[in-house]
Design a protein around this ligand. Structure first.
Ligand code: CO
Length: 132
């Protein structure tokens, strides 16, 4: 059911500045940049072997990442697990009393189906499940 760690989401104020570290200094490759209007973010995908870093720069301070940055500053935002049956997993979590941010999958960057589990249910970590 769980296939891999798909990506790690990192909130940044300035994508260009973040890429100066991850790409230019660390030497990772930038795969692509995509704007996700629904989430009010610009997303840069930086592959690391089988997984990705997902660098998230808010395009508007009213979006979820904009609010996160204002409250907590830059840094780790979420971890995303790739699953083969997202809807089934969401249903199972709900039946077990898990607190979901998204009870139904929605579409995220790269056309993936995604859903978030609330940190209150996970011991403080925002967890995303995704299906490609
Ligand atoms: Co993500």
């Amino acid at each position: 059911m769980f296939e891999k760690i798909d990506h790690i989401g990192i909130a940044v104020k300035d994508l260009d500045r973040a890429l100066r570290f991850y790409r230019d200094q660390l030497g990772l490759e930038l795969k692509e940049i995509e704007e996700v209007d629904e989430q009010k973010v610009k997303v840069a995908f930086v592959p690391v072997s089988e997984s990705n870093l997902e660098l998230l720069e808010p395009t508007d301070s009213s979006g979820p990442v904009g609010k996160f940055l204002a409250k907590k500053g830059e840094g780790f935002h979420h971890i995303s697990f790739r699953v083969s049956d997202l809807e089934g997993k969401l249903k199972q979590l709900q039946e077990q009393g898990g607190e979901l941010i998204d009870t139904e999958p929605r579409y995220g960057a790269g056309g993936a189906k995604i859903a978030f589990i609330h940190p209150r249910s996970t011991g403080g970590i925002l967890i995303e499940l995704c299906e490609h």
